[in-house]
Design a protein. Structure first.
Lengths: 167, 295
């Protein structure tokens, strides 16, 4: 148990309201991911964070299973702002070197192309065929933002994310 | 009605049908859409990684539109939500705006002064064009079509970033936009359910279980098509439909259409003009309607 974890999450943008949670479970009951898998359970994740289970929370793969639908956030009677809180928890995990490989790949893609999908010659040919204007990739300023915010230096421990059998 | 058209990353490479229909219907309804080539990623993928980096990407796009004195009209719901949320935060907090601008200016030379608005294209249709003008523009009868409205998530949530323009528990805007065309917007179980697109990269099988549920329910309700407003929902319901069918050894064959395609057909545009040939799951009913529209 690490009592500093909750303070670290609460200091993160979006994590400010974590201590308001009274564990009613409205989030979990509303969650469309929970509807299809027991591995993702927002009430459980918040409770684990409040208890200070640092390693279990930050190194898990289940914190990356929030689909960001905001169903829980809109319904939470305590205004915990759960979707944003889940982002805050992931932000803390990333700072400690735990990032899901798919998100690391997206950072690299944005740095190189400024977009999630490349605009290739083929893409522009298809666009012009459909009467749509061609697009030129503008990656320079986005690469500058990625570099300025330190995202190029995320430590490479993402492959250590652990699966869980909770639920 | 002039807007900077924000295409985002997904729509301009994966949903050319949506973009075609949006541009064509906008032109007919007096919405002027201005292209800004310098727009980049909205910031959505970085929210999970680093809050400040995501905010900077959003602020950059907001600044680019503001420099042209234009509000943003976006096709993708995730882009709309991400930009609207950032805008809400930056407009409401001067200290945050100043801090963000210092970093933004150092990295890119842009500044955002908090003067513009962010709207989803379908919200512009609903609020700025309005149901009355849309009704007047309808020339082709869509009655007999039974359609399942899928709002998705970021089109209207979080509601404070979207000015609470629709009710997150019982949204009505898309239903009204469908019925004003003469079609029926049917009830089905789990209308509010998310497409799962947000976790497709993190866990494919879990992600695909989510659109599977929606497709099951929409088929059970006897829908002729699922009506969507977001290119990421399209990836989940249309692009992945064959894979889901294989995975679960079933067959849905459920057409998925973007609302502006439907609107365009009702306004008499051809199948080609609304990009219908690009839809992967073919709808015989919609093709027949498109035939009538041309005649």
């Amino acid at each position: 148990m690490d009592p500093t974890l909750v303070g670290e999450i609460a200091a993160e943008p979006g994590g400010e309201h974590i201590r308001r949670c009274f564990a009613c479970g409205t989030c979990t009951a509303s969650c469309p991911v929970r509807e299809v898998t027991e591995r993702y359970n927002p009430r459980r994740i918040i409770h684990m964070a409040l208890l200070g289970l640092r390693e279990s929370v930050l190194t898990s793969d289940f914190i990356w299973l929030c689909s960001t639908c905001y169903a829980c956030q809109e319904r939470c009677p305590q205004d915990v702002r759960i979707t944003e809180l889940m982002h805050a928890i992931k932000n803390v995990a990333v700072r400690h070197g735990y990032i899901h490989p798919s998100f690391r790949a997206q950072v690299d893609q944005l740095r190189q192309h400024g977009r999630l999908y490349d605009i290739t010659v083929y893409e522009n040919e298809r666009r012009v065929e459909q009467g749509l204007p061609a697009i030129a990739e503008q990656a320079e300023e986005i690469a500058a933002i990625v570099a300025a915010t330190g995202l190029t230096k995320i430590p490479a421990r993402g492959d250590e994310l652990v699966g869980t059998q909770n639920g | 009605m002039r807007y900077a058209l924000y295409l985002g990353c997904t729509a301009p490479v994966r949903s050319l049908n949506y973009e075609r229909a949006a541009r064509a219907t906008a032109a007919r309804l007096g919405i002027e859409l201005i292209d800004i080539n310098d727009f980049g990623c909205c910031g959505f993928p970085l929210k999970a990684v680093q809050h400040d980096a995501a905010l900077l990407l959003s602020a950059r796009n907001l600044a680019l539109a503001e420099e042209q004195e234009l509000n943003i009209c976006a096709l993708c719901s995730s882009c709309t939500g991400t930009l609207a949320e950032a805008n809400h935060a930056l407009q409401g907090n001067e200290a945050l705006r100043e801090r963000t601008n210092q970093a933004l200016e150092a990295a890119t030379g842009h500044r955002y002064n908090g003067t513009i608005q962010v709207r989803h294209f379908v919200r512009v249709l609903y609020e700025q064009v309005g149901l009355a003008r849309i009704r007047q523009a309808v020339t082709v009868d869509l009655s007999g079509l039974r359609l399942a409205a899928h709002y998705g998530c970021h089109y209207l949530k979080p509601v404070d970033a979207h000015d609470r323009f629709d009710d997150p528990e019982n949204p009505r805007s898309l239903d009204r936009l469908i019925t004003v065309l003469g079609a029926e917007s049917i009830h089905y179980e789990g209308r509010e359910q998310c497409c799962g697109g947000g976790i497709l990269g993190a866990d494919e099988n879990t992600a695909l279980a989510m659109p599977r549920l929606k497709l099951e329910r929409v088929v059970a309700a006897g829908a002729d098509a699922l009506v969507i407003v977001c290119p990421f929902c399209d990836i989940m319901y249309e692009l992945q439909q064959r894979r889901i069918e294989k995975l679960y050894e079933t067959r849905y064959n459920m057409p998925v259409v973007f609302y502006p395609q439907l609107l365009g057909l009702a306004m008499g545009l051809s199948a080609e003009e609304v990009g219908l040939p690009l839809n992967r799951v073919k709808s015989r009913k919609l093709m027949e309607i498109a035939g009538d529209g041309r005649a």
